[in-house]
Design a protein around this ligand. Sequence first.
Ligand SMILES: Nc1ncnc2c1ncn2[C@@H]1O[C@H](COP(=O)(O)OP(=O)(O)OP(=O)(O)O)[C@@H](O)[C@H]1O
Length: 387
Amino acid sequence: MTLAVEARDLWKTYAGGMHAVKGINFRIEPGELVVLVGGSGCGKTTTLRMVAGLERISDGQVLVGDRVVNDVHPSKRGVSLVFQNFALYPHKSAFKNIAFPLESAGVSRDEIRRRVNEVAEMLELGAHLDKTPDGLSGGQQQRVSLGRAIVRDPDVLLLDEPLSNLDARLRVVMRSELKRIQRRVGSTAIYVTHDQVEAMTMGDRIVVMDAGQIAQMGTPAQVYLTPATLYVAQTIGSPAMNLFTGRASVAADKLSLSGQGWAINISGDGARALIARLPGADMSITAGIRPEDLDLGGVGAALGMGPCVTAEPLGSETLYNIDVSGVTCRVLRRETSVSMPEGQTAPVHLRSGARLHLFGADGLRIGGTVLRDSIGHVGWAPDESFV
Ligand SMILES: Nc1ncnc2c1ncn2[C@@H]1O[C@H](COP(=O)(O)OP(=O)(O)OP(=O)(O)O)[C@@H](O)[C@H]1O
């Protein structure tokens, strides 16, 4: 059976009064894979452990299906956990490791054999069932650990940084494999990671946590295109979004944004939509623009200029770091032949289709606008995609 998981005003206060989780609410739909992401210490693991029943809930409720499980023993919640360090029994074979939860539950030998073989086939471990963990590769060990978690058909699969001990290549392979297996098993899954690429690629939805609270919950596209706070803007996306601090001032139906060494003038529908959301005619703001929305030169709106500090070839793209009056501005260009030498002064422009994100002094999103650049004419349209 596939069940929803809910947190209702969930709190965790550790001894000494440290609030690790501060009244969070979420609902994860049956069969959905939701990723909890955020910086170190933001409360991801604590949240997961409260759902698992490994950490006492200080206040609020956890529901699996329509049952409040606060006082239900971990083994009776229908949840299975996969940790980052695999935690396999070193002297047991892969078969015995996967079979362990079934043996503990008193399942018959024939049934154990049938279930383990079924899971091993799904995880492509059939040829390795007799080996002990030291004879298995990292990816195979992780699959055994996953096999142990899914062999009892859990309603809910909880994964705490399950790929962090694997090398870069294997992580990429296991990302899609894990998602495929979760889909096939049909469990509702909560996946904890600090890796935003994992969050973006694996999550049906993402929960971005910040200091024990939920900064934003949404699809990867929603979180990427309309970050709700500065923290989300900085956490999701690689290379990270450029943030320029300065002031916004309104004159008639035009909006001028400017700070040290940079300025953007916004007019048209995009300006009107933003002005309607601004609390005043002159205020401190932060403007955010993703590196792929910027270019060196070009016909789009100019932002500022400065010397190219470093050029980092990333393969199909090059990341340029331009020093705009002391602020490093990241520009991502998809080019192989034309390159900007380090030290040369470069003008930074917004590309056609660039999204400008505006945040208030409180760090909350005010709104966004999209640059529509048709030959010789720069226009701004409201960015209402997900707002
Ligand atoms: N047993 C504990 N006693 C006291 N404080 C704790 C305990 N466990 C965690 N914390 C604190 O609670 C906060 C949240 O910790 P948690 O492990 O949930 O964060 P996290 O987001 O998973 O971080 P990381 O990515 O570093 O694992 C941190 O400040 C941490 O120091």
